[in-house]
Design a protein around this ligand. Sequence first.
Ligand SMILES: [Mg+2]
Length: 335
Amino acid sequence: MAGYSVEERAAPHSLEYRLFFKDGQGQYISPFHDIPIYADGAENVFNMVVEVPRWTNAKMEIATKDPLNPIKQDVKKGKLRYVANVFPHKGYIWNYGAIPQTWEDPGHKDENTGCCGDNDPIDVCEIGSKVCSRGEVIKVKVLGTLALIDEGETDWKIIAINIEDPEADNYNDINDVRRMKPGYLEATVDWFRRYKVPDGKPENQFAFNGEFKGKDFAVNVIKSTHEHWKALIAKKTDGGEINWHHHVKLPTQSHLKKGAVGFRGSTACPRVQLPLLWELGSEQQLAQNQLTSGSITRKTKAERWMVKQLCSSHQEATTCSNRKIASLSARRPCL
Ligand SMILES: [Mg+2]
């Protein structure tokens, strides 16, 4: 399952920064939907998409609502988000990321925590010795889990180790972490409890009194979030603004240089000018611009096709949002 690569657009630590994923054939893919949950088919070895390398602070995450779900930096009140250094820690204290094809359903009340999901793929803290890079896809062995309640939402944190770590064979369950990396689990609880306190938020809470659950429990949690993801994709569950329009193909750099050459005369539009359009503004702004008409002047066939896609995805998202509000009101205990 090797062969994933990433492609950066715009400068890191800018609002426009995006990290796109490609498969072994160079096709753009979604790290949320297109990378398989399992690596090598082994039941407790999963793929992990690294969003935040250890000891860094920028809150980078898979953009679940954007086409192709690139990694981007979280934004709050118009500002890029960074986690504070919670003494004595520096940045995130593990390689932090997500397991693809999982989803913590915000409409589903977790039987263990009594809270609903946080609307994201499930989070992973990778404890191996290597500092991974942003966008790396690694294979991890699951060791346990911590049930964080983050501002009233269930937010499972999976503890795992890269199977390529030289020590990986020695780690098979949560107690191995306790034995061979003394203090690391305590530091993990401490980190999650206090990481938002410097931003003026209260301490986070945990289910099970902040105790870690072992490997089997963790694997079951992941499997259940995989089932929720399947229901989302099958549209059995309303995902609100979650974007699964990952069939949209981005052009290669050489396509970009050539502009629209290659599209002329074709009836279908296999490749589109998405990154070029993106530089003009967000998906919503683009759709809005086109709806109010005239603001996009370079209307190649490819651009017109793309804008149509963006408009329909925007309208669909809006319709979904309205439906979500109605359905969430019906499920009030979760709010
Ligand atoms: Mg989460």
